[in-house]
Design a protein around this ligand. Sequence first.
Ligand code: NAG
Length: 418
Amino acid sequence: MHTTGLLAALLAPVVVSAQLHELAVKAGLQYFGTCIGESASQSDTAYMNILSDKREFGQLVPENGQKWDATEGTRGRFTYTQGDISASAARRNGQLLRCHTLVWHSQLPNWVASGSWNRQTLTEVIESHINNVMDHYRGQCLHWDVLNEAVDDNGSYRNSVFYRVFGTDYFPLVFNLAKKADPVTKLYYNDYNLEYNGAKTEKTVELVKIIQAAKAPIEGVGFQAHLIVGTTPNRAQLATVLRRFTSLNLDVAYTELDIRHETMPPNSQALSRQGTDYANVVGSCLDVDRCVGVTVWGYTDKYSWVPGTFPGTGAALLYDDQLRKKAAWTSVSSVLAAAATGSNPNPQPTTIITTTRPATTPTSTPVVVEPTPTPSSPASGSEAQRWGQCGGQGWSGPTRCVAPYTCTYGNPWYSQCL
Ligand SMILES: *[C@@H]1O[C@H](CO)[C@@H](O)[C@H](O)[C@H]1NC(C)=O
């Protein structure tokens, strides 16, 4: 009991004060992040203060700013005012950036959606769009959602302008063009309802296989996870679906997580059930080795897209509309803390870094507690652990990684042991 007490004493202050991204990294994920609402970011300082805390949100993604209608509303005229809001915030705060999205049937300007194209002319349009936008954000995106929502809920390929011109040939085409434009960022397919819609999931597996059979470079699948309180699948079910894709040699991530109430306003029982549903989603990511991170689609009910898109529903996020943490925040924090401290039944990391970057002694090394040391990951004073930061502007911590991980460039302000 003496040892347990000592360990608890060591860990307690860390867990109590820790925030979601910090805990996620200790639990073996690469990040916990949020989307950033472009208009809220310009007007709401309190909103930005929470969003800018890297210990809480280690990763950002723009809600709308990088979409086709925002970046190339008129053919050949590229504007990045909206898209740069998220990129600038991530740079300022030292956060990772997911980039979203290049080819999508929605928020697609009319000149593309209603143009009359053949394969050659539409290829030119897509190539120009991908080249310009990816070039603008080159070196800043951890991931790019190259292709978004190409499968319909009824399990057929979506009838978009792209599908009408190319059939399934545009799937490998857009990934090849993206790889040519930026060979470093990880290329994702991203969609919703993959979490529980069997027909859609089957078709998406087929889509991935079409891309892979064409030897095009798809590297991950994003599960948007726009879910509903009370009907969210359990942790094991969710992990099983994630593994459909990791077994195809892909990374997976939750990319747009929110869990909405269908009865408004929610009572305390419903809020607690929402917490359980959130914990199951985050827990399933912890359970799957190549699930790299979780992104919520906004963090506060104050600015959620949900009530506007699904009228009568809402309260889908981790903070309420007064920017106060909800029961769901505590649930997410708890499931991450359990994994971070090894009390999870399936812990991924065997190492807990209690101090990643001592503020006063920048050249000193992380304090490492190893509850279950493994021969393959020796604790070394000058080496960062898996997922740990190992470089970037202003970084003065370790620049080497424990074996077998290598220090991998993410963006100018963040390299990581992968
Ligand atoms: C699937 O749904 C889309 C859009 O609602 C529709 O256009 C299409 O015909 C449907 N396909 C099948 C096979 O039902």
